[in-house]
Design a protein around this ligand. Structure first.
Ligand code: ZN
Length: 184
């Protein structure tokens, strides 16, 4: 029998999926079962394949909500672009396979693509959270530094050297903060 923690996002799967679909009509949320992608630090990360967003069972409703803009506005869109705008699945190969998935499995090669995918996804997420008043510019700055540490760390297979990542994410955060401020 399927069972998951009492705090799990899965108890509100329908509402969360509707939230994800508000960003991309094809977005679908999937259980990330423990036997799947259970490699090292990947175990705790949400992962997107095409329009399927895999979220670990132990994510709360709040943490699922936090990653959905990143996964949809970022990665689902990236798959769609790589699929010539037709459907996210068409972007799986070769575009996103090379840029994103390869980076997950063999981060040492083409980690730059992975880094760029994450930077793009995070900036879309920051933008959405700023526009909707969910996060302040100060929170975005903190998240930028923390996420840069993640991308440069074990969870992303040491995709890029940490000082580069911190510099790149900080610079992008300031750009997004300025962009949103100028629109208000
Ligand atoms: Zn990501």
């Amino acid at each position: 029998m399927d069972h998951f923690p009492s705090h799990s996002w899965l108890h509100q799967k329908d509402q969360l999926e509707a939230f994800a679909r508000s960003f991309d009509r094809d977005a679908r949320l999937k259980r990330k079962r423990s036997w799947l992608w259970n490699i090292g630090a990947l175990k705790h990360a949400a992962i997107t394949f095409g329009n399927w967003i895999f979220i670990p069972d132990n994510y709360t409703v709040g943490s699922a909500r936090n990653v959905i803009p990143h996964e949809t506005l970022g990665h689902v869109r990236q798959y769609r672009w790589c699929g010539f705008g037709i459907h996210p699945w068409l972007g799986l190969f070769p575009g996103m396979f090379l840029a994103y998935i390869w980076g997950l499995i063999f981060p040492i090669f083409l980690a730059w693509g992975r880094y760029r995918c994450e930077l793009h996804a995070e900036s879309k997420s920051w933008e959405w959270h700023l526009i909707n008043g969910v996060w302040t510019p100060e929170q975005v700055r903190e998240k930028a530094v923390r996420f840069a540490g993640l991308v440069a760390g074990a969870a992303y297979g040491f995709a890029v050297p940490k000082p580069w990542a911190v510099w790149g994410f900080k610079r992008r955060a300031e750009k997004v903060i300025r962009k949103v401020a100028s629109k208000k």
